[in-house]
Design a protein around this ligand. Structure first.
Ligand code: 13P
Ligand code: SF4
Length: 306
């Protein structure tokens, strides 16, 4: 039997021996962060996916993130840490639905949150992530934008880019929409000196009350660089723990105890161990046609997002 520390040491040894790059989304647990080569938000992970030099890339996150790695690095073996880790938002809209919506809205540029399937990306014009969406939408020449699937993120983008005509559909993250104005009122009452930092996947009435809105990495950077000492965190609750490690002299409180993404939490350190040993995870396979068509919209994101 291994202790956590021994298992981590073994993972670090095996990833070098077997030429594996470990990418972890910020919502992964701290024991996984400690063995990863890179930890970040969805945009940072896409950039790293294109840069990794190792033969195998292990994505500790959810399926669309591993697919993004495969799209950007087709020559690599790409593993998803736990085959059951999907993103419910990515499954909300499919090619059939969006093809119909496109027919009803000719002349619109289709902007897809990166939390979508590879199949859906093939019929979209550009991808965005929470940290790049505002800049990318500003940089699109067309005034008419169809933003899918997250209407909360889309609403937040529309507020900041009022010169665009942004059409939204009713999709969203089931984890972030759990946080309510009641949660904000209760947290503000319990921690009157704390700043409220929220992710734009939250409901508009929640983001409206925040002191800062931004991606997972944006929230972490803001808290680290701020002179304030207390923060209420309105995103997946693992960020509360990571920030507490990063800033032991500050205090972090979850906006809601229910903001837990069960898909992100599926991956265990044991899964990572099996993957670097070569006996775990799921190898991501995409047809050339899907990969090439989906790549156009990720490449456009990486260009417009710079
Ligand atoms: P970011 O990592 O871009 O902040 O997105 C959050 C999220 O919910 C990822 O699935
Ligand atoms: Fe999907 Fe939301 Fe979980 Fe992110 S937090 S993986 S958007 S369900």
């Amino acid at each position: 039997m291994f202790t956590t520390r021994e298992l981590q040491d073994e993972i670090i040894r095996l990833k070098k021996e077997n030429d594996v790059c470990i990418l972890a989304h910020a919502y992964q647990s701290h024991d996984i962060w400690e063995v990863a080569d890179y930890v970040g938000d969805s945009y940072g992970l896409s950039q790293q996916a294109a840069k990794a030099t190792q033969k195998t890339v292990l994505m500790c996150g959810v399926r669309f993130m591993a697919e993004t790695v495969k799209i950007l690095s087709p020559e690599k073996k790409v593993l998803l840490s736990n085959p059951n880790a999907g993103c419910p938002m990515a499954e909300q809209m499919d090619v059939e639905l969006i093809s119909q919506v496109k027919e009803m809205n000719p002349g619109y540029t289709v902007v897809a949150y990166i939390n979508t399937t590879s199949e859906l990306k093939t019929i979209c014009d550009v991808c965005v992530t929470s940290s790049s969406a505002v800049q990318i939408v500003k940089n699109i020449e067309n005034k008419n934008i169809l933003f899918i699937p997250d209407c909360n993120l889309g609403h937040w983008v529309a507020e900041q880019v009022p010169e665009k005509n942004i059409k939204l559909l009713q999709g969203g993250c089931p984890t972030h929409v759990r946080m309510s104005v009641k949660d904000v009122e209760a947290a503000r009452k319990a921690h009157p000196d704390a700043l409220l930092l929220v992710h734009p996947e939250c409901l508009p009435e929640v983001t409206a009350k925040a002191d800062y809105k931004g991606s997972t990495t944006g929230i972490m950077d803001y808290a680290k660089n701020s002179n304030a000492k207390e923060f209420i965190i309105g995103t997946e609750n693992s960020i509360v723990q990571h920030l507490q490690f990063a800033c032991p002299d500050k205090k972090f409180y979850p906006l809601s105890k229910d903001c837990v993404c069960h898909n992100m939490k599926l991956t265990t350190l044991g899964d990572v161990y099996d993957c670097v040993k070569g006996i775990g995870g799921e190898e991501i396979e995409l047809s050339d046609e899907i990969r090439e068509k989906a790549k156009r919209c990720i490449d456009t994101m990486l260009t417009l997002g710079q």
